[in-house]
Ligand binder design. Structure first.
Ligand code: FEO
Length: 169
């Protein structure tokens, strides 16, 4: 069985992963409006990643005999208009996710729930990848700033991104 407080913390993280999915869904729409369909595809994959992150946590609570405490998902606000501004927000968002995963791990550590700590290691590693991936896009965008031709070439590259269902835990 999972400790009740830890179950609540896991449930909050599930809500935040679903919020991330919602945020990226909105961002995908913004890139579609700009006709940058490769970027829209990048967000499509990201949406699936966030859903997988939420599902991994949901399955884990169930596997531990717990109950998921669902809550409403807040409407995300978008803090910029340009591709660079949007990806700056994505990076800030992923950094927040990282700190929330770290807090969740600390809660598991405090009550010596070794199984939960072991499980959460996957999420800790995943956040390194998430931040690295977003940082890569942001760095490229800054490099090609004001070069529309280069932006379109990069858009074509991002159209190649595909979703690989992760094995979590
Ligand atoms: Fe689920 Fe992008 O962190």
């Amino acid at each position: 069985m999972i400790n009740e407080q830890l179950q609540k913390a896991f449930s909050k993280q599930i809500n935040y992963e679903l919020y991330s999915e919602y945020l990226y869904l909105i961002m995908k729409g913004l890139f579609k409006e700009m006709n940058l369909l490769g970027f829209a595809n990048w967000f499509d994959v990201q949406i699936q990643e966030e859903r997988a992150h939420a599902m991994g946590l949901i399955d884990y609570i169930h596997a531990r005999g717990g109950i998921v405490e669902y809550d409403k998902i807040d409407l995300p606000s978008i803090e910029g208009k340009t591709p660079i501004e949007i990806f700056e927000q994505v990076l800030r968002h992923e950094q927040t996710v990282t700190s929330k995963i770290n807090e969740l791990y600390e809660q598991a550590e405090n009550i010596k729930d070794r199984a939960a700590q072991h499980f959460l290691n996957w999420y800790i590693d995943e956040q390194v990848e998430e931040e690295d991936n977003v940082n890569g896009v942001l760095t490229t965008l800054k490099l090609i700033e004001n070069d529309k031709h280069a932006l379109l070439m990069y858009d074509k590259e991002l159209a190649q991104r595909t979703f690989q269902a992760p094995t979590i835990g």
